[in-house]
Design a protein. Structure first.
Lengths: 414, 426
């Protein structure tokens, strides 16, 4: 029996059983009410109480069986799993129905279980974080058993695979040892992030100032959703646009100035990424600028300053921590952005300061390592997880710092 | 406002503003010394004051220019994408004679005249043997009918550079054009086919069905878990260490790059739990974890917007926590929750990176029938087409983008509309 069939049988059996339990128990409670026996709880709660007795033991045992199977501890045949689950369900139905008496407090019992269910939903988000951290760390440890950590951090040569040289009959040209120096990759990430920030911070900040200080309420209501369209466009679309439209334009312009530009230059993905990030900076900064108390503006204007002077010398310094936090979040987004750079930036790690040359980023290398046809255990594939670990650490740190800064800012004005 | 904060800001601004305030004071003094009534008239402004006013106007202009620049980009972007996509909604057909012969049922190329090979789409001809098997009465007849043209002919008719049509075919096509044996019709192939190795036969159907399957799983997993988490945090949780941990954790999850969710999906769902690679199930679960923080955060905001008096009224009538949440708070928060779910759905729909990592960029010519089949989604299809070198794929990529954008923008518009309607003042 396949897993899909097992699921079908399991829920196909359990759901009708639960529905039956609900209506039987509720019916029993209703009949007692009709016979003028006052029940402690509403009849529906007796129904749910019985459902819990039917479903919970069955679900719990099958969960234990599945865990045993996954960790190769013990294996139970599918038919036995189904038989156990349904027997427990039937027993639960009998047991639950037996409990329905006038003085039985069904509501607190049901609420206790529901609280547990809600709590386990909340725990899933913690499990997700754990899952990300553990999956990245375990594979990274395997990677660092092959490649020394220090070489990975400080090496300037990224040469994970020279097999293709052998395949091309150029074996003598440079089949050296595998090298995993990630410095050029991080340099590329840094360069593209820098370009993106040079675009996004001025435009986003001025847009926020305009919307919060100058625009009327009505035009602000129209401008904000329009700007937010920029954040709603999928990154794969931006990637296509950067690669097909912007890159050739940049190459043309560079030619006009007598410069040499690659089609995989860092400028195109950087510019487009910056435009994508504008709404992040503008709406976060807009919020903090509007949180600055009006009395401060009034005080400054009353001293005879112009509006621009008030904004520059009073409002912006007051909102500064919030703006910094917005920029940090934007940086973390730019570093983790994938599709734009996969489609528009290069594949070749390149340690250079010239944005017109092709360079590559962490996310490009992760995608490259995991979409190739290398076996899962090769150092090349595992390198994706090591890069992912660094990416995770950087974005988490940026996020934590920005959260602390925002909290300080809030405390100031609340 | 807090006193120390004021002092802090004063220190902040002091250095920058010192110069300006002293000169400002001078300006005021000069004015007072001169004609007081005229000092507020325009013609008696000091140069310093004019400079400041110019700076003021300049600053206003910068703000306006930033917005204008962003919106200009938006216009340029849409014009460019629509311009690239529009040709893809037309396809070229050629009128040619087809021979249903014994030879054609074995080798589909023999069904048409030799000079038409390379003009008629090979992908279209490939279906002939199966069609002839289903209609044995056609055997031996010859029919003239409109057939799908090869992509190179299509590109040539649309006068695109780099169409790649060979010169011998070019003569045939020019002659046919003169005889009216070539026509352009609305491109239905784009919407009724899956992926193909030949651009004229490639469509978005398989990817669209895959998108629906994947998003269905995403929503079925993410919305209940997200809403339950939000209810727990807002209505049930005590303010203790665990609750704060969950809150910090959710904020961090929202900031984690989507590609790391792909690594999670690969390591946990595929390698550990054995979910089939490239399946809608693997992709849907991965996206569900990614959407979860969005849904939790928006649902919490919606629950918080329900005034405390509603809860107190319910408690006063003897309702329990659960009854209050279920019968009163949740229905009132519903529009907000719906808005959040739609925004999460739109975000998941446009996501590509984690799905590529879990293998959803495979070549999928047929629409999937179960959630365990190998599947691709619309953004991944756009990505694979954009890496194809043949000219015909370029416009199909843009067309796919246009379809995706249309769906996403209408979802977002729906969310904004719902939000506006839900903004109830209590």
């Amino acid at each position: 029996m396949s897993t899909a069939d097992l699921f079908l049988w399991f829920f196909g059996g359990l759901l009708p059983l639960s529905a039956m339990a609900y209506f039987l128990a509720r019916g029993k409670a209703l009949t007692s009410e009709k016979n003028n026996i006052r029940m402690h709880s509403r009849p529906g709660f007796y129904g749910w109480y019985t459902v819990i007795w039917v479903a919970l033991p069955a679900l719990a045992t099958s969960l234990i069986f599945s865990i045993g199977h996954l960790f190769h501890l013990f294996s139970v045949p599918a038919t036995m799993l189904l038989a156990t689950a349904f027997t427990l369900g039937g027993a639960g139905l009998w047991f639950g129905l037996g409990h329905i008496k006038a003085d039985f407090r069904a509501r607190p019992a049901v609420e206790k279980v529901m609280r547990g269910v809600l709590l386990s939903a909340a725990i899933i988000s913690i499990l997700t974080t754990l899952g990300i951290v553990l999956s990245v760390i375990f594979e990274s440890i395997r990677f660092f058993q092959v490649v020394p950590v220090w070489d990975f951090i400080t090496g300037t040569q990224w040469q994970p695979d020279t097999a293709f040289l052998v395949g091309a009959g150029r074996a003598d040209e440079g089949v050296g040892p595998l090298m995993f120096g990630s410095l050029p990759i991080f340099a590329g990430t840094f360069m593209i992030t820098l370009i993106a920030m040079l675009v996004a911070i001025p435009i986003g900040l001025f847009a926020a100032i305009y919307m919060s200080e100058y625009a009327s309420h009505a035009s602000r209501g129209r401008l904000k959703p329009l700007l937010e369209i920029l954040a709603g466009i999928p990154t794969v679309v931006y990637g296509f646009f950067a690669a097909i439209t912007i890159s050739p334009i940049i190459v043309e312009i560079a030619h006009a100035f007598g410069l040499e530009a690659d089609y995989t230059n860092a400028l195109a993905p950087g510019l487009i990424m910056g435009i994508m990030i504008i709404p992040f900076i503008s709406s976060l900064s807009d919020d903090v600028i509007r949180a600055v108390p009006q009395s401060m503006r009034d005080g400054s204007l009353a001293l005879g300053t112009t509006k621009a002077e008030t904004i520059r010398h009073i409002v912006l310094p007051a909102a500064f921590p919030g703006i910094v936090a917005a920029c940090l979040l934007a940086v973390s987004r730019a570093i983790g952005e994938t599709m734009i750079v996969v489609m528009a930036a290069g594949l070749r790690p390149n340690l250079t300061a010239n944005p017109l040359e092709g360079m590559t980023t962490v996310t490009v290398k992760i995608v490259e390592a995991l979409t190739g046809d290398q076996e899962f255990d090769s150092a090349f594939t595992l390198s994706a997880f090591a890069l992912g670990l660094v990416l995770l650490i950087i974005t988490l740190m940026l996020n934590i710092v920005s959260t602390i800064v925002v909290r300080k800012f809030r405390q100031r004005y609340e | 406002m807090n006193k120390s904060a004021e002092a802090d800001i004063a220190i902040h601004t002091n250095n920058d503003a010192k110069m300006d305030t002293t000169t400002m004071a001078n300006d005021l003094n000069n004015n007072e010394a001169g004609n007081t009534t005229a000092s507020f008239m325009n013609e008696h402004k000091s140069p310093r004051q004019r400079k400041r006013e110019r700076a003021n106007a300049r600053f206003h202009f910068y703000g306006f220019a930033a917005i204008a620049l962003a919106l200009a980009f938006l216009v340029f972007f849409f014009v460019d994408i629509i311009g690239k996509a529009l040709p893809a909604f037309d396809e070229t057909e050629v009128l040619a004679t087809i021979h249903y012969s014994e030879a054609a049922s074995k080798n589909y190329n023999k069904a048409i005249d030799k000079k038409m090979r390379g003009v008629v789409s090979r992908a279209w001809l490939r279906n002939l043997p199966a069609y002839m098997k289903a209609h044995p009465e056609l055997m031996g007849s010859s029919v003239e009918l409109w057939m799908l043209a090869d992509s190179r002919v299509d590109q040539y008719i649309k006068q695109h550079d780099g169409h790649g049509l060979k010169s011998k075919h070019k003569h045939t096509v020019d002659a046919m054009l003169k005889d009216g044996k070539i026509r352009t019709v609305f491109n239905t192939t784009l919407f009724t086919n899956g992926d193909s190795k030949l651009p004229e036969y490639a469509g978005i159907l398989a990817a669209s069905v895959g998108t629906v399957f994947t998003l269905l799983i995403t929503m079925l997993v993410a919305v209940p878990i997200g809403v339950m988490t939000a209810i727990y945090l807002e209505e049930f949780a005590d303010d203790n260490r665990f609750t704060r941990l969950v809150e910090v954790n959710i904020n961090n999850l929202a900031a984690i790059p989507s590609i790391l969710y792909g690594l999670l999906g690969l390591a946990i769902f595929i390698s550990f739990f054995g979910v089939p690679r490239s399946s809608a199930l693997a992709g849907g679960l991965t996206l569900a974890l990614m959407t979860l923080p969005v849904i939790i955060i928006t649902t919490r905001a919606a629950l918080r917007a329900v005034p405390e008096s509603i809860r107190e009224a319910a408690y006063g009538l003897g309702a329990s926590n659960l009854q209050t949440a279920w019968h009163h708070v949740l229905p009132l928060a519903m529009p907000g929750i719906l808005t959040g779910s739609i925004i999460g759905l739109a975000q998941a729909m446009g996501e590509t990176a984690p799905l590529i990592i879990v293998g959803m960029m495979a070549y999928i010519p047929e629409a999937p029938t179960t959630i365990l089949d190998a599947t691709t989604v619309l953004p991944a299809q756009i990505y694979t087409w954009s890496t194809e070198s043949m000219r015909g794929y370029g416009e199909r990529t843009a067309a796919g983008i246009l379809v995706l954008l249309a769906v996403l923008l209408s979802l977002n518009a729906l969310a904004v509309k719902l939000r506006n309607r839900a903004q109830q003042s209590w």
